[in-house]
Write a protein that binds this ligand. Structure first.
Ligand code: ASP
Length: 439
């Protein structure tokens, strides 16, 4: 049994958190490869070490004094080392970081040092090997992960290594320099390592007890989801629910490795299992509900549209010409609606409208703004009748007008559009009917 365990920034924000993490790792010898993030926020309003480091880089390139910033970063790490009662010095590492910042400042190098230093401390604290991902993770010319090389090199390097700490978030670019993933990218490192060593489980430790049924900023203390499929997760993440970096799914998914989201502060909680497929019935008809505000709908009307071959293509071409991607496209007999992100669309709206007129010659084009989309997602919906009815009656009872409905062909989700100002009430009403009252 091999487990790859990744710990997020809040799980490693200070010495107290480090101790919890070490207890978790030591409690299970199969937790072989440990992927740390950089120290995150210790309290609301605190600054993540990664942000401090990016700030340092900016100071360096603008020719400012990096010493005060460097001291603050160093203090964060010294506090951890001191708090753990370790006899360990980062003198050489900070010397090197200072030198690089002054001589050849590079953003990704600076940003990656939080993970690097945290990895050094953690390896020393646990008595594990430290393996620099600079030697294991490779990017190609376009800046994307070089899967083939990474998998091969990592596999060889980790063979026979008992236990090791591998910092998250970065690897080596095609130019031989440090390159980071996008923010939150330590999740990706964990997934790549799990895939390369063909782990049985990828545990991703954070500060919540799993993926929640809905957004806790809207519904206080929502339930955690026990098991969710990759496809359900994709639908919910796309609609704004976040626990895991999107790109962390692919490496493990391609090898059928489940992800277990766990809570460092409540290690007894089982957390959420993210799996390819499951026979386990979801506890409720829905697995989750998520949404986003800020969409707009472009309503296109043309008599006899239904019999005009190529009409849809011409309309979509108008969006393509302006490089706007569309989210949904519900249609009627003589109407077609295109839903897009308001902020992508606003600057280009008149260009798109005139392109629709030029290409598709519609009777009218109307724009409605202020639309919020809510995705009700669940593998259980397929086999249950009345799900749509329950959503609509919940919204009707909450006095919310539904402005758009779209059901994906997979029957995995139902999307409803409501006014921005009804968004929170709508999410609460849907959560209520499926999870609380279960009417
Ligand atoms: N430390 C990096 C960030 O703050 C990466 C990570 O935590 O996953 O984005």
């Amino acid at each position: 049994m091999i487990k790859v365990v990744k710990f997020g920034g809040s799980s490693l924000a200070d010495a107290g958190q480090f101790r919890k993490v070490a207890d978790i790792i030591r409690a299970d010898q199969t937790r072989k490869y440990v992927i740390p993030s950089a120290p995150g926020k210790r309290f609301a309003g605190d600054t993540k070490v990664t942000d401090m480091l990016i700030g340092l880089y900016e100071t360096a390139v603008s020719g400012g004094d990096i010493e005060p910033g460097l001291r603050s970063v160093r203090k964060r790490f010294e506090d951890i080392i001191g708090g753990l009662g370790m006899d360990f010095s980062l003198e050489d590492e900070f010397g090197e970081i200072r030198k690089r910042l002054l001589e050849e400042p590079a953003r990704d190098y600076a940003a990656s040092r939080g993970e690097y230093l945290n990895g050094k401390i953690m390896a020393a604290y646990l008595g594990y090997d430290f393996i620099d991902p600079f030697e294991l993770i490779f990017f190609n010319e376009e800046g994307n992960l070089n899967n083939y090389k990474t998998d091969k090199v990592m596999n060889q390097r980790l063979e026979g290594v008992g236990h090791a700490v591998i910092p998250g978030f970065y690897g080596q670019g095609k130019d031989g320099k440090v390159k980071t993933f996008s923010r939150g990218g330590s999740d990706i490192t964990g997934s790549i390592v799990a895939s390369a060593v063909k782990a049985d489980i990828y545990e991703n430790w954070t500060d919540v007890s799993g993926f929640l049924v809905t957004d806790p900023r809207i519904v206080p203390n929502p339930e955690a989801i026990h098991t969710i499929t990759y496809r359900e997760l994709r639908e919910l993440s796309y609609m704004g629910a976040s626990v895991l970096h999107e790109d962390a799914i692919f490496p493990v998914r391609s090898r059928g490795i489940p992800i277990n989201i766990r809570n460092t502060n409540k290690p007894g909680d089982e957390g959420t299992w993210i799996v390819e497929s499951t026979a386990r019935k979801p506890k409720y008809t829905i697995t989750g509900v998520a949404g986003k505000k800020g969409f707009c709908a472009i309503l296109i009307t043309k008599a006899m549209m239904n019999s005009e071959i190529g009409f849809g293509r011409k309309v979509l071409q108008a969006f393509e010409e302006s490089e706007i991607s569309f989210e949904h496209m519900p249609s009627g007999i003589d109407t077609m609606t295109i839903v897009v992100h308001e902020d992508e669309f606003l600057d280009k709206e008149q260009r798109v409208v005139s392109a629709i007129h030029r290409l598709a010659k519609p009777d009218s084009v109307e724009i409605e703004s202020g639309l919020a989309l809510i995705a009700v997602v669940g593998r259980g919906m397929k086999s249950t009748r009345g799900t749509a009815a329950r959503i609509f009656s919940a919204l009707a009872h909450a006095h919310i007008n539904i402005r758009m409905i779209d059901q994906g062909s997979s029957e995995l989700n139902i999307i409803v559009g409501v006014a921005n100002e009804d968004f929170e009430t709508a999410i609460k009403a849907i959560y209520d009917i499926f999870v609380i009252t279960q009417l």
